[in-house]
Design a protein around this ligand. Structure first.
Ligand code: ADP
Length: 389
């Protein structure tokens, strides 16, 4: 049996999924080694959802990403027979040039390292396992799949900031992220509703990270994320769109350093910052604190404002699709958002919304409402297979 491994490496966690290659790709195992260097914990589940590993280590037992790769690799070799034919990596940034997945060699790796300053929190960690595996297992193709690639078809008009033009050439432009998720959802929509998928569609990826994408014929026209994954919607702990004047104020008057500002914007803002309670929508829905209500109202408000902007970019709207943690699992949040979008012609069917169906609008809704679960890892596995065959 041939297999493909999908790797998503972060600063303190290594997530992985193993797929069997057959007539379709079949998920064999999904797991992660988390809290690397602090309280490392390795857990994985098989295709039936049964726990197949659940181990803790001392901090010195798994001090870094390289060590995590070693543990996960040894466990996979021990547990799974078969021929590993390629490894697909989630890489946040493909810069202005990479519009599709690519097999990584030394030259490509050096090019991708040039984008580290564009995504300092993610890019180095995404690339570290690739570098390691190129050295240790040169025979196995390493495929990089980018969060930005799906948006590279944008009209340049879309990707400019109105600052001196030389910065665009330097790489200061709107890239957009969550591209693997949007690509997967667009593909699913094409399967379920091909006519609608050809038209103007908004997909709302509402998870801990959140963004929205305007699509026509399955291609990205606009994304609420910009130069970084801070822009657009307020998120679990990230601020979303903010007047740059606020940042100048915090630096000049508040004396904040770049790293303090970065920490606040990425980790202390969004729902967590607004509510002072939690970044998790479930906690906020369960709370009767007015700050929790404010945070959720703000999120719904910003989603509706952005939906208006994206509908304007599309010149109309035929479908609005919910995906990711909040979008897939929270009927109440979907209801609240759909209510705000009524002016666009959405008519939610409350029973369908509760029942877990894919189409959740009424038969006479002008704009169809869908819930389509995303699967970024499967998208990476599909791309990886596509590059090697
Ligand atoms: P990530 O961006 O980390 O991949 P997910 O797409 O897994 O995030 O979404 C995680 C978020 O989804 C949680 O923080 C929580 O706010 C939200 N969520 C998950 N399940 C529910 C639920 N049943 N009701 C409301 N929100 C939920």
């Amino acid at each position: 049996m041939d297999t493909i491994l999908v790797v998503n490496a972060g600063s303190s966690s290594l997530k992985f999924e193993l797929f069997a290659v057959g007539t379709a790709l079949t998920r064999l195992v999904k797991g992660q080694l988390e809290s690397i260097g602090t309280t490392p914990h390795f857990a994985a589940k098989n295709a039936k959802g049964e726990q197949v590993v659940n181990r803790s280590y001392s901090s010195a037992g798994v001090p870094d990403l390289a060590s995590a790769m070693h543990h996960v690799g040894a466990w996979l070799r021990d547990q799974h027979e078969g021929q590993l034919v390629a490894i697909g990596h989630r890489v946040v940034h493909g810069g202005p040039d990479y519009a599709r997945p690519v097999r990584v060699d030394q030259h490509v790796l050096e090019e991708l390292e040039r984008y580290v300053p564009l995504a300092p929190l993610h890019q180095l960690n995404n690339l570290a396992p690739i570098r390691m595996l190129l050295e240790r297992q040169p025979g196995i193709p390493q495929i990089a799949c980018f969060d930005t690639a799906f948006h590279r078809v944008h009209d340049p008009l879309t990707d400019h900031y109105a600052i001196p033009a030389r910065y665009f050439a330097e790489g200061v432009r709107r890239y957009g992220f969550h591209g693997l998720s949007y690509e997967y959802v667009a593909g699913r929509l094409r399967e379920v509703a091909p006519d609608i998928a050809r038209g103007p569609v908004i997909v709302a990826h509402l998870g801990n990270g959140a963004s929205m994408c305007a699509l026509r014929d399955g291609q990205s026209l606009e994304c609420t994320f910009g130069f970084t994954a801070l822009d657009g919607l307020p998120m679990g702990t990230r601020c979303g769109q903010i007047d740059p004047g606020v940042l100048l104020y915090l630096i000049e008057q508040g004396g904040m350093t770049p790293s303090e500002l970065q920490d606040m914007l990425y980790n202390e803002s969004g729902l967590k910052g607004l509510s002072g309670i939690s970044n998790d929508v479930r906690d906020l829905l369960a709370s009767d604190d007015v700050r929790a209500a404010l945070a959720l109202d703000h999120l719904v408000h910003r989603i509706s404002l952005n939906a208006g902007a994206l509908a304007a970019a599309l010149g109309g709207l035929e479908a609005f699709v919910f995906t990711a943690g909040i979008g897939e699992n929270s009927p109440i949040m979907r209801e609240r958002i759909a209510k705000k979008l009524k002016w666009l012609g959405t008519q939610l069917d409350p029973a369908r919304n509760e029942s877990g169906e894919m189409l959740i609008s009424t038969a006479d809704s002008q704009v169809a409402l869908y819930v389509i679960p995303t699967d970024e890892e499967l998208m990476i596995a599909q791309h990886t297979l596509g590059v090697i065959t």
